[in-house]
Design a protein around this ligand. Structure first.
Ligand code: ATP
Ligand code: MG
Length: 484
């Protein structure tokens, strides 16, 4: 592993140097071969499970790593917390992947840091495996996401209401720069660090931006906005509910990060919330675009002092850009839904027709994934066509008519739909059952089985059918938990 440490070069204001706290009995539970391959990890490491367990539990620091905990702030459920930071994570450094992109290698659950506050710095096995499974599913669904290289069981107990097995998960991400990272310096009125962070972030994530002066901040915000729009539209394409879109869980790179209380929507309902602490539905499925804009607005506020020392003038130059969000999001969102419906020639005039489908789905509590999957199949399968028509009534007939009008063939529509509509997603009840099986057995056998299906979401494999069903109770009473 050839680590670089460009983030560590930003200076002491950005992080604290701290080593992972060694664990009692590291045991490699799950390893991501494909990801490891793309990182070009050496043969000596790849063939040695004990070495992997030692390195990716934090017991042994790999050569060239500079273990640091990153400083950041964040709005949590709308409340500003000026002092968060990696309270249970250690950034080892960066590697170049096979596409020559710089990625962070970070341990999570690897012990306390100066940012731990009341926390123990640890992570339970269930949430660690959950992050591995969910991020892998998202990656193969085609959604921008951080990924996991490994989960190592620590042989130690962590206490979360009751004792649970502990684990360290290794995360690979485009970076760990969050909206909250900018907030950390903005709150402290540390304009110099803010400027350095902006320059670093632009170079790392948006090298195409070459502007300077006020245009730099505007172009940066515009680029972040575009990535956030793509991200949320992609989440909504597959029915993903992040669950805790705090500004500290919003990565500037536009990747999905922090899978704490995330869940997948079953029956279509924009108000769907599973997180036990989200009592107001702030992070409900259909509210995710509003929150993305809210978070981007917090980022914009951080940039004000860089744009103009006169705050009113700075606000005036940012406001028109922020106002573009809603139209840009809507265009991108409906285009995505059009593609899920095989509209190769989608036009804005299709929006009302698409909304009619959403209303039928919501009124009849139809499963989001299965409805689109069935529509895809209905183009060349009479049984699926009959079922779709039974569920959707006249709308189905109108939709077939709409596709017939297109200059492209039905085959083009079918191919587009097959690309956009997964056959299988990591459904909540299967995720929970798999996590329980892994925890009970102390192995990742159940996770491996599940992952083989999740890694092929658009093509059926013999075991796909085991994971496609929606729960009998429609996920009623299902709750996810934060901070685990
Ligand atoms: N067990 C813990 N010990 C110490 N700090 C913790 C612990 N759990 C969470 N934190 C800290 O609380 C804050 C919010 O936690 P949150 O659950 O959003 O993040 P996380 O899952 O720990 O990490 P990430 O956002 O990097 O995925 C973060 O600063 C995090 O480091
Ligand atoms: Mg977090």
């Amino acid at each position: 592993m050839k680590f670089t440490n460009t983030y560590a070069q930003l200076g002491d204001a950005f992080f604290k140097r701290v080593l992972p706290l060694p664990v009692a009995q590291p045991k490699l539970l799950i390893w991501n071969d494909k990801l490891a391959e793309s990182l070009g990890l050496g043969a000596a490491l790849l063939s040695d499970s004990d070495l992997k367990a030692h390195i990716f539990s934090g017991n042994q620091l790999p050569e060239g790593a500079e273990s640091i905990a990153l400083a950041y702030s964040g709005h949590q459920f709308g409340q500003l917390n000026p002092q968060l930071g990696d309270g249970r994570a250690h950034l080892l450094g960066e590697l170049m992947d096979s596409s020559n992109h710089r990625v962070d290698i970070q341990l999570k659950g690897s012990g306390p840091t100066p940012f731990s506050r009341q926390g123990d710095g640890r992570c339970a096995l269930g949430p660690a495996l959950r992050e591995f499974i969910m991020s892998e599913a998202m990656y193969y669904l085609g959604v921008p996401t951080s990924r996991c290289l490994s989960v190592v069981a620590t042989g130690e107990t962590v206490y979360r209401e009751r004792g649970r097995p502990g684990a360290v998960v290794t995360r690979v991400a485009a970076s760990h720069i969050r909206v909250g990272t900018f907030q950390y310096f903005a709150i402290r009125k540390d304009t110099e660090s803010l400027r350095a962070l902006l320059a670093y972030t632009v170079e790392r994530h948006f090298p195409e931006i070459s502007s300077d002066g006020e245009d730099l901040e505007l172009d940066f915000l515009d680029a972040v906005m575009e990535k956030q729009i793509t991200l949320i539209v992609e989440w909504m394409r597959v029915g993903f509910i992040h669950g805790v879109m705090n500004t500290d869980n919003s990565a500037i790179s536009g990747e999905t990060i922090d899978f704490g209380p995330c869940a997948m929507m079953g029956a279509y309902d924009p108000g769907t919330v599973y997180s036990s602490i989200d009592t107001q539905g702030r992070y409900a499925f259909g509210n995710q675009p509003n929150i993305a804009l809210w978070n981007i607005t917090r980022l914009a506020e951080c940039l004000l002092p860089l744009i103009n020392s006169e705050q009113d003038a700075a606000i005036a130059s940012l406001e028109p850009l922020l106002k573009t969000f809603t139209d840009r999001f809507q265009n991108s969102y409906f285009k995505m839904l059009g593609s899920k419906l095989g509209m190769t020639d989608f036009a804005l005039s299709d929006q009302d027709f698409i909304l009619e489908l959403m209303e039928v789905m919501q009124a009849k509590k139809l499963d989001y994934t299965q409805t689109f999957s069935m529509l895809t199949q209905s183009l060349d399968d009479d049984v699926a066509a009959e079922k779709s028509q039974k569920n959707l009534g006249d709308w189905y007939i109108a939709w077939r008519g709409r596709l017939e009008q297109s200059a492209d063939t039905i085959e083009c529509s079918r191919l587009l739909m097959k690309e956009k509509n997964p056959l299988v997603i990591p459904r909540n009840h299967h995720v929970e059952a798999v996590l329980k099986a892994c925890e009970d057995s102390g192995t990742a056998v159940a996770a491996d089985d599940f992952l083989s299906v999740l890694r092929s979401p658009y093509f059926e494999i013999p075991t796909t059918v085991n994971y496609q069903d929606f729960p009998v109770d429609g996920d009623k009473g299902y709750h996810t938990f934060c901070g685990t």
